[in-house]
Design a protein around this ligand. Structure first.
Ligand code: DX5
Ligand code: ZN
Length: 214
């Protein structure tokens, strides 16, 4: 599996060091959790911060927009250096129009579903997607417990993708670590986000390479 460390749990006074830690861990992507304080009860960072991190690394920027109206800032996130832009299917924006805009900007497009949202909610949009992100925690904070009952959603989405002939990647996000990474791989995940697991690891590189080998 690919590993996409989230810097949400890093020391925001030294985000450059967090990026360096993720890069040195050998991770594949960098997961950037954008929170607007409305869609989720937390506020993190936006395009200016992402733009300041962009020159520090060539890592693929996996930008997770936990926003009511991601459509209002998709262009700004693309300009700031996002490689993949991930919006929530539960948001207030027009999903089709926003996904179309992300692709017009030449970025990969993804939809995220919260724990209470059924897998079928993304079915109408699959042909416009490069990836679906299945939340394995309630969005808003790092360091929460992994929700294993979300895993059957992977198979449901992959089967529908096979039925329509449009394969996509599935990413899991929330509470993933050494204890449950093998279960995530066996359940068919292609990418896992790890925030606190990486930042609390004694040896982030060992953790990342173990998960990449699954
Ligand atoms: C939560 C974020 C996740 C979170 C992951 O709303 O979307 O990306 O930062 O952190 P851990 O791996 O600590 O659950
Ligand atoms: Zn996230």
């Amino acid at each position: 599996m690919k590993v996409s460390p989230s810097i949400l749990t890093c020391d925001f006074a030294h985000m450059d060091r967090a990026v360096a830690l993720c890069e040195e861990s050998g991770a594949d992507w960098l997961h950037l959790d954008v929170m607007d304080g409305q869609f989720v009860p937390n506020l993190s960072f936006g395009p200016p911060v992402i733009a300041s991190l962009r020159p520090l690394t060539d890592m693929f920027f996996d930008v997770h927009l936990m926003m009511e109206r991601p459509d209002l800032l998709v262009d700004a996130f693309a300009k700031a250096g996002a490689d993949l832009i991930n919006i929530h299917v539960e948001c207030d924006a027009d999903i089709d129009k926003t996904l179309d805009r992300i692709r017009e900007l030449g970025k990969k497009a993804a939809l995220t579903i919260k724990p209470n949202t059924p897998a079928e909610a993304v079915f109408p949009y699959l042909e416009k997607l490069d990836m679906v992100l299945i939340m394995t925690v309630e969005p808003g904070f790092g360091g929460q417990a992994f929700m294993g009952d979300m895993l059957p959603k992977i198979r449901l989405i992959k089967d529908e993708c096979a039925r329509i002939g449009h394969p996509i990647e599935i990413e899991l996000d929330g509470g993933v670590g050494a204890a449950n990474a093998a279960l995530c791989a066996e359940s068919g995940a292609d990418v896992v986000v790890m925030g606190s697991a990486v930042f609390n690891a004694a040896d982030p590189k060992a953790l990342v390479s173990m998960v990449q080998a699954l």
